[in-house]
Design a protein around this ligand. Structure first.
Ligand code: COA
Length: 257
């Protein structure tokens, strides 16, 4: 049914597997649109009681937004692209049923943001998290500046965003970014075990728990500022240089303009 993800309901659990392994499951417009449709299915289909989001292959959960799609975008188009992803991620965060990320490798940029939009996260011992947008002359645009700060605290979040350094699985556990680390082959089963427990509880109580916990952390203004500033980056020479350097597989030379 979807071109960029694989889904099949089993025991009331809907696994959504982002499926572009040759591009490390990078999020292009089609992935974002289809992810939105899959999440709508979670909302609408009574046979679905919980969902798992994971990545195809053994290397990446999602290695970020698709950098090749950034070329030539204006700051308005950059902001619009961010908003489209952000809206889907809000839909995940506000879903009335548990949506959990099973992070099976790189969760970078939009991948880390996708994992953070989920209600909680498990990861394999090979997982690596990060917001390396700074290497591209960019900032996170799918809610990362907000959710990473809330999840791990401002100091750790700003260090990650300003250095672009990656966070390995054991540090992610220590930071509270993930709840469990498993061996790669046990990741989905462990996630299913927790989801089966949740499915056994009262559905409305689950929905209300999610809504109330989300209300504790609401900050509309922060997300709006992130979207605007993400767009601003698209008007800079440094962003053009950073994304071109990634696509040309070379080091960027930033000039501060
Ligand atoms: N957007 C577009 N393509 C991406 C991508 C992304 N975010 N991440 C990886 N890819 C592509 C690569 O361009 C490469 O494609 P190619 O084989 O056609 O050249 C393919 O996926 C494999 O990635 P590669 O870089 O060769 O793998 P690696 O093991 O050397 O490095 C990473 C893995 C994750 C460290 C590296 O791919 C990376 O830094 N990706 C970008 C991360 C990022 O900045 N994300 C935030 C985006 S806003």
């Amino acid at each position: 049914m979807y071109q960029t993800s694989v889904t099949a309901i089993a025991e009331n659990i809907f696994p959504i597997t982002i499926n572009r392994p040759e591009k490390l499951n990078a999020l292009n417009q089609m992935v974002i649109a289809e992810l939105g449709e899959a999440i709508e299915e979670v909302y609408q289909n009574p046979a679905i009681r919980a969902a798992i989001i994971t990545g195809s292959g053994n290397k990446a959960f999602v290695a970020g937004a698709d950098i090749s799609g950034f070329t030539g975008l204006s700051k308005e188009q950059g902001s619009r692209m961010a908003k489209e992803g952000l809206d889907v991620f809000f839909k995940i965060e506000n879903a009335p049923k548990a949506i959990v990320a099973a992070v099976n490798g790189f969760a970078l940029g939009g991948g880390c943001e996708l994992a953070m939009a989920c209600h909680f996260r498990l990861c394999s011992d090979t997982a690596q998290f990060g917001q390396p947008e700074v290497n591209l002359g960019l900032i996170p645009g799918y809610g990362g500046t907000q959710r990473l700060t809330k999840l791990i605290g401002k100091g750790r979040a700003l260090e990650a965003m300003m250095t672009g350094n990656l966070i390995n699985a054991s540090v992610a556990l220590q930071y509270g970014l993930v709840n469990y680390i498993t061996k790669p082959e046990d990741l989905i089963e462990k996630t299913r075990v927790i989801l089966k427990q949740i499915i056994g509880k009262a559905p409305l109580a689950i929905a209300h728990s999610i809504a109330a916990a989300n209300a504790a952390l609401e900050n509309e203004k922060g997300y709006q500022l992130e979207t605007a500033l993400f767009g601003e980056c698209f008007a800079t020479e440094d962003m053009k240089e950073g994304t071109a350097a990634f696509l040309e597989k070379r080091k960027p030379v930033f000039k501060g303009s």
